[in-house]
Design a protein around this ligand. Structure first.
Ligand code: GTP
Ligand code: MG
Length: 195
């Protein structure tokens, strides 16, 4: 297969429970990360679309598992974790969606685990990445919102987070949905994992 044609990106369906998920029929790439880290924005940037994936400055926007089809590859936008301002029941529902997704029988070609480049590693990010490592899923870490800091700081934060998260530096990509930094590199990693 040649390169993935991102212009063919289209919304497929939104699922509120894992039992509803369709059987995997093609390669699958998923994005996971803390609420508000920029999952939906990064997908829009990959797809070259402004609003195919719903984005909000208020955290907790993506409360379902959303499937997109891009030229024969499924992209999955998962709900964010760690959002304080929802009820315990809703938090549990999201956590079950995330863990249920990864425990389902699926074709996990690549998991993109998003971490805000500006902060030290957070406990929930360490747990999420530990979970992916335990399940031995193929994953990379996309450090998000790089446009908010300078190049020197980007590199020092990447080194720090690599150490704190226990992820090799070459398994991390510095990205920005704002400037487009790292998007071509992400596309290369996705193609390598899917084609
Ligand atoms: N400056 C900057 N802002 C960003 C970037 N990516 C996302 N944002 C902003 O961060 C906020 C959250 O972005 P979303 O893409 O909705 O984040 P999300 O991870 O999908 O959030 P949930 O669906 O709530 O889990 C929005 O205000 C975005 O505009 C980035 O690369 N740079
Ligand atoms: Mg979202």
């Amino acid at each position: 297969m040649a390169a993935i044609n991102y212009q063919l990106a289209r919304f497929e369906a939104s699922y509120g429970t894992i039992a509803q998920l369709p059987e995997p029929s093609q390669p699958e790439v998923s994005v996971v990360g803390r609420s508000n880290v920029g999952k939906s924005s990064l997908l829009n940037k990959l797809f070259g679309r402004k609003n195919l994936v719903k984005v909000s400055s208020k955290p907790g926007k993506t409360a379902n598992v959303n499937f997109f089809d891009v030229d024969g590859v499924t992209f999955v936008d998962l709900p964010g974790y760690g959002f304080a301002k929802v009820s315990k029941a809703e938090k549990d529902r999201w956590a079950n969606l995330i863990s249920g997704y990864f425990e389902d029988e699926r074709s996990f070609n690549l998991v993109i685990s998003l971490v805000d480049i500006r902060h030290e590693a957070q406990k929930l990010d360490q747990q999420m990445i530990g979970f992916l490592q335990e399940l031995e899923l193929p994953y990379i870490v996309a450090l998000t919102k790089a446009d908010k800091i300078g190049r020197g700081k980007q590199n020092s934060q990447a080194a720090l987070l690599s150490k704190q998260l226990g992820v090799p530096r070459d398994q991390m990509v510095i990205t920005s949905a704002e400037s487009g930094q790292g998007i071509d590199e992400l596309k290369r990693r996705i193609s390598d994992a899917c084609l």
